[in-house]
Design a protein around this ligand. Structure first.
Ligand code: C6P
Length: 395
């Protein structure tokens, strides 16, 4: 059976060039970069190049820090727990602002911090799946230690007003973190322009390997190490450097940045073609204005069709990989949390399907998905007891 991958917000295929760049670091160049001998020293240029590639991709200054982590979940946990240990436990601040629709690596960490006595404000999202800058302003308190707002939502692709929030944070002297996992490689990410203090990213979202991410830290901003030990990464994160993956992340981010124009033109065009065609199916709606979303993402609600049922139908009958939302919540069979957050009724919130394209998606694949998606909706609606041709609620 033909296989079409439309779940690039969950993870992406590793680019061939990235695999090639990584290979020597598994085979000949396996030295520990902290060793003084030639095996150790010969790894340095590759690691230094990767560091340069990451700095330049996000326009970090030389005296800022970019620390490699194991994934964005680690980066997100680290920044929240560091602020808790540093500013909240040892200082007089006790408040964090975030949103209702962050990735579970932020939301679950916030729940943990609440259990430790930290007060958290969760900002609501509007019908576009985005937040209001005014709400951020109103949520700020004297004791706010950190604002953590994602740059682009993983389920809807909604792009959040990070630059404007950065200005508020700077004015009030509050630390500002953004989870840019779904932004890097899809839209420009410039830490100077955005005014963020901390930024999380993950290589497997832009055709790099799984198991490597990074945390950007603006010069002068303190962070408490999560792992104590040796002097790697300036003592911020001890442990022998994962050299093949660091090299892979460098190559992947460089390629992703070079591909941004393609994302903004060709991938956007394919996404729009797909979206237009799917919206011709009666009783469907997509969350968020197109120009306020990442160019590769569609979260579509198909009235009368259970998201999980549709996902299995697309996969088993047609070889199409889609999602009902975030991959790490996909076994919960819960309503889509973002659709719930924007105020959709419970039965509609169970009808979400996320389709996410990549720079490798072809027009032929999009045409195939259009045809099979229609066929799947027709079949599932025919056997659905809940579907009637009533117009969906206006949300
Ligand atoms: N979202 C999704 O299907 P890791 O895998 O730890 O490097 O990244 C976690 C993560 C953090 N923030 C955002 C915004 C994300 O989208 C993700 C990963 C995937 O939406 C898998 S759950």
């Amino acid at each position: 059976m033909r296989r079409v991958y439309m779940d690039n917000n969950a993870t992406t295929k590793v680019a061939d060039e990235v695999v090639e760049a990584m290979k020597p670091y598994f085979t000949e160049m396996y030295g520990n970069p902290n060793s003084l001998h030639t095996f150790g020293r010969e790894v340095h240029p590759g690691v230094a190049k990767a560091i340069d590639q990451v700095y330049s991709a996000i326009n970090a200054n030389d005296d800022d820090d970019v620390i490699f982590t194991s994934c964005a979940t680690e980066s997100n946990n680290w920044i929240l727990k560091s602020v808790w240990l540093d500013l909240i436990k040892n200082g007089n601040k006790n408040h964090i602002i975030t949103t209702d629709v962050e990735h579970p690596s932020i939301l679950a960490t916030c729940k943990f911090l609440e259990s430790q006595g930290v007060e958290i404000t969760y900002l609501p999202v509007n019908s576009q799946g985005s937040i209001s800058v005014e709400d951020v302003k109103s949520a700020v308190r004297e004791d706010t230690a950190l604002i953590s707002v994602m740059m682009a939502n993983n389920e809807t692709g909604a792009i959040f007003p990070i630059k404007e929030i950065g200005e508020i944070a700077k004015e009030r002297d509050i630390l500002f973190h953004t989870d840019a996992v779904q932004a890097v490689g899809k839209i420009p990410v410039d830490v100077q322009d955005l005014g963020v203090d901390f930024l999380s990213m993950s290589a497997h979202k832009f055709h790099g390997p799984k198991g490597i991410g990074a945390l950007y830290i603006r010069k002068g901003k303190r962070i408490t190490p999560l792992f104590h030990g040796g002097s790697q990464m300036g003592g911020h994160r001890s442990g022998t450097l994962n050299t093949p993956y660091i090299v892979g992340m460098g190559k992947a981010i460089e390629m992703a940045i070079q591909s941004l124009p393609k994302m903004d033109s060709e991938v956007r065009k394919l996404r729009d073609k797909l979206e237009d065609a799917l919206l011709e199916i009666p009783d469907t709606f997509v969350v968020g204005e197109r120009d306020q979303r990442t160019p590769n993402t569609i979260l579509i609600s198909v009235k009368g069709v259970e998201g999980e049922g549709m996902l299995w139908d697309l996969d088993k009958r047609f070889g199409i990989a889609a999602a009902t939302g975030s991959a790490c919540a996909s076994e919960d069979l819960e309503a889509n949390p973002v659709l719930e957050a924007i105020g959709a009724e419970k039965d509609l919130a169970h009808t979400a399907i996320r389709l996410s394209l990549s720079r490798y998606t072809t027009e032929d694949e999009v045409d195939y998905v259009i045809e099979k998606f229609r066929a799947s909706v027709e079949r599932l609606r025919a056997i659905s007891s809940s579907y009637s041709k009533v117009k969906p609620q206006n949300i």
